[in-house]
Design a protein around this ligand. Structure first.
Ligand code: NAD
Length: 322
């Protein structure tokens, strides 16, 4: 089977591309390069520069490359930006997915893996979030990721034959290779490295949350583990297996201060941080229950927080972001 990877020039997409390639899968990348980098798409991989909003171009690419399934990652992903520019997030993430699904139908494609997010849960009052925990997103980004899930599910329930899997990623970190590091500044570890490069103290957004050290707790997952979860999802979709939603995390929470200490250890240096105001839309704690993906897809995270921080720091030094 041949797969199209939307957003394949981005941080996570480029890891998935490499993991699928290593397993002998045939992949075409479609990306508008709005945040992605062309250099992350390996030579020899067919690349289509287009927006998912452009149904005609996407339909043509799916048909020309005889694609059987789509792994959909192309999206905007910053919670803070989504609070400031909600319409842009609904346009790119929701209208973009509607346009992509129109192309999928027009090109007679019947398999899909959707990139979703823990942001769909909002701020649940539970120790570990299962896939059945009610979804109550508390920011426009999370709302758009939930709407993406609804669009895919509703298409499959409308009579169109679509076998799909949605993966709800928790907090993605690290690098599977030095040339694939996270060059954005929306996730915690790159934000810390960017501040240190600029000679500033990294900011900690709020220290009065109801958590043991007062800072937000998240479930960090190594991007290479996440890429391997996609290989498992693709295998399930190819088998025409169960359509379902899966959390992708480690089932373990770390606070912002824990992560800063891990960065200090990886860098072998001490640095001060500053406490600033909490950000709008940040829940206090989000930790995944990961039993479902383990038992049904046979996937389990292999790498720990030290692996994430060490690989992120190594990639940052080898390929310093502009
Ligand atoms: N990074 C995380 O911690 C995290 C957590 C949960 C979910 N996700 C989801 O993972 C996916 C990928 O995130 P990432 O961290 O790799 O971000 P990224 O910004 O590095 O990658 C997104 C890619 O999509 C492309 N893109 C964006 N809009 C597009 C459009 N309209 N048409 C075509 N291409 C477009 C960008 O150029 C980029 O290559 C997103 O769907 C995001 O919501 C990320």
């Amino acid at each position: 089977m041949k797969w199209m990877l939307t957003g394949g020039a981005g941080y996570i997409g480029a890891h998935i591309l490499r993991a699928l390639h290593d397993q002998g899968h045939d992949v075409v990348v479609l990306d508008d390069l709005s945040t992605g980098l062309r250099r992350k798409v390996s030579e020899g991989v067919p690349f289509v520069e287009a927006s998912i909003l452009d149904t005609d171009s996407v339909t043509r690419a799916l048909t020309d490359h005889r694609v059987d399934g789509v792994i959909h990652l192309a999206a905007k992903k910053s919670v803070g930006e989504s609070v400031e520019q909600p319409h842009m997030y609904f346009e790119q993430n929701v209208q973009g997915t509607m346009a992509l699904l129109d192309a999928i139908k027009a090109a007679d494609v019947h398999h899909m893996v959707l990139s979703s997010s823990a942001a769909v849960y909002g701020s649940p009052d539970v120790d570990a979030v299962t896939e059945d925990t009610p979804t109550m997103p508390i920011n426009p980004y999370g709302q758009t990721k939930l709407a993406q899930e609804w669009l895919v599910r509703d298409l499959s329930e409308s009579g169109y034959d679509l076998s799909w899997v949605a993966l709800r990623y928790f907090n993605v970190a690290g690098a599977g290779a030095d040339d694939l590091g996270d060059t954005g500044v929306f996730n915690l570890i790159p934000m810390v490295l960017r501040a240190l490069d600029d000679g500033q103290a990294p900011q900690v957004f709020g220290d009065t949350y109801p958590t043991p050290d007062g800072t937000c707790i998240r479930d960090y997952i190594h991007v290479q583990d996440l890429a391997e979860a996609h290989v498992a999802a693709v295998t399930q979709a190819e088998r025409g297996g169960r359509t379902d939603i899966y959390n992708v995390g480690r089932g373990m929470g770390f606070s912002v201060l824990d992560v800063l200490d891990a960065v200090r250890s990886a860098m072998g240096s001490d640095f001060a941080h500053e406490i600033s105001a909490p950000r709008a839309g940040d829940p206090a704690s989000l930790v995944a229950a990961v039993n479902r993906i383990h038992s049904e897809l046979g996937w389990q995270a292999q790498r720990d927080l030290a692996d994430m921080v060490t690989s992120a720091w190594s990639a940052w030094q080898a390929f310093p972001p502009a």
